[in-house]
Write a protein that binds this ligand. Structure first.
Ligand SMILES: [Cu+2]
Ligand SMILES: [Zn+2]
Length: 173
């Protein structure tokens, strides 16, 4: 076999591997739009890494301080108050709670803190989420929702987090 043939073969193998990869997305994102008269906007990006899904959220336009952030069940942010996104994503039928401390909704990410300029970022990695496998644990098609108030981790089923100030549907990239 000549060097050229080996080269061509490697390119073909790389191409086929790339095609197989494309069928199951490993990245997703939600474009967060202002809701309930807020000026909050931002992005949430999801990346599959080994057995985990990592999420990085970047927000601006928040009131300084603590705000709840959840994944909500329905991938529908069409309502002006984002009520269309439904309740917290809860594929395991548990009570509302604190991330990683059973019982909790799989959408109960918790709180993030906006600085004096109204900017906030948060990164978490989860092994209770999947991305692109169509399982009940798959984040695709659900909504990222940011709230006006802090999640108290106890009030059922919402955490008493107040209005919905930003919403975005999680879509494959
Ligand atoms: Cu929420
Ligand atoms: Zn919840």
């Amino acid at each position: 076999m000549t060097k050229t043939m080996v080269g061509a073969l490697l390119v073909t193998v790389a191409f086929l591997a790339g095609s197989a990869h494309a069928k199951a997305p490993t990245k997703a994102a939600a474009d967060l739009q202002s809701k309930s008269g807020s000026s909050v906007t931002g992005t949430a990006t999801f990346t599959k890494q080994g057995g985990k899904v990592s999420m990085t959220v970047k927000l601006k336009g928040l009131t300084p301080g603590t705000h709840a952030i959840h994944l909500h069940d329905k991938g529908d942010c069409s309502a002006p108050d984002a009520a269309s996104a439904g309740g917290h994503w809860n594929p395991t039928s548990e009570d509302h709670g604190k991330w990683g401390h059973s019982p909790y909704h799989r959408g109960d990410i918790g709180n993030l803190v906006a600085d004096a300029k109204g900017n906030a970022t948060l990164t978490i990695a989860s092994d209770v989420w999947t991305l692109g496998d169509g399982a009940t644990t798959d984040v695709l098609g659900h909504a990222v929702v940011v709230h006006a108030k802090e999640d108290d981790f106890t009030t059922q089923p919402t955490g008493n987090a107040g209005g919905r100030v930003a919403c975005g549907v999680i879509k494959a990239k």
